[in-house]
Design a protein around this ligand. Sequence first.
Ligand SMILES: Cc1cc2nc3c(=O)[nH]c(=O)nc-3n(C[C@H](O)[C@H](O)[C@H](O)COP(=O)(O)OP(=O)(O)OC[C@H]3O[C@@H](n4cnc5c(N)ncnc54)[C@H](O)[C@@H]3O)c2cc1C
Length: 254
Amino acid sequence: MSGTDSSGVKKTVWMERDDLLSQSPSYPQLTQDTKTDVLVVGGGIAGLHITYELLNSGMKKVILVEDGKIGSGETGRTTGHLSADNEYNEFMGLHGAEGTAQIAAAQQAAIERIASIVDKHQIDCDFVRVPGYMFHGLPTSSSEFRVDTLEELYEAAEKTGKLDVSIVNDAFIKGFKSGPAVKFGNQATFHPTKYIQALAKVISDMGGEIYEKTRYMKHSEENGRVTASLENEKKIQAESLVMATNVPLQKVSL
Ligand SMILES: Cc1cc2nc3c(=O)[nH]c(=O)nc-3n(C[C@H](O)[C@H](O)[C@H](O)COP(=O)(O)OP(=O)(O)OC[C@H]3O[C@@H](n4cnc5c(N)ncnc54)[C@H](O)[C@@H]3O)c2cc1C
């Protein structure tokens, strides 16, 4: 997919309506060898956030390379729910009470972190606080809704002590009767590509270097340093490398 704007064939409403790919600011391709403290590969929400946090914590030089355009991967395809609603009843069996509480805390903290970044940098991305609901939706018979796993979910979520949860009779979705639902307070939604583009601009203003249409191919390690090779045969030497490509590239052939 090198040289193309997006790693997917279809475009989402975020990309189409707001013309993400043609209207967003363009960042240059890296066309020379360079050195950096940290090299971040992947310009989705993970790579952008890592780059932002590194710069925010005082890291001097951070380079981010993206093989398409910023936000053109899965981040441009999300439905934009910033939610900590999850299957905590299943997590309890998998990770125990402490592990489940850590997951809940991390998910809610991520929402609060995005909220604080939006506020600090006055990012115009339609960020709005909304509750999240989990429900079965379809009744098992004409009038009865399933509630069994909802109660388990509520109890597990409540037990984490990290979430604002309650059971309600309906999620109040216009034109749709959900039946009983677990309600998660303090969730949010936003416009993902507006957010990601604005965050890229903040990173640029903070001195971070962003390169688009710049494809990482492989890297080698020597004396604790990393040398990454790009598709155009340029090289980036880095103290550290962060892979934020969503799909682990070490496991696929490029
Ligand atoms: C339909 C749908 C709905 C979703 N809804 C939600 C939701 O409501 N809430 C939620 O939290 N999550 C949701 N998700 C999941 C969420 O979108 C992803 O978890 C998130 O966007 C992943 O971000 P990322 O930065 O890890 O990956 P990506 O956004 O995919 O970023 C990785 C980037 O790496 C780049 N890259 C790949 N290989 C290379 C290379 N060799 N060199 C340079 N760059 C490279 C890609 O081009 C890409 O831009 C949804 C996903 C989908 C598909």
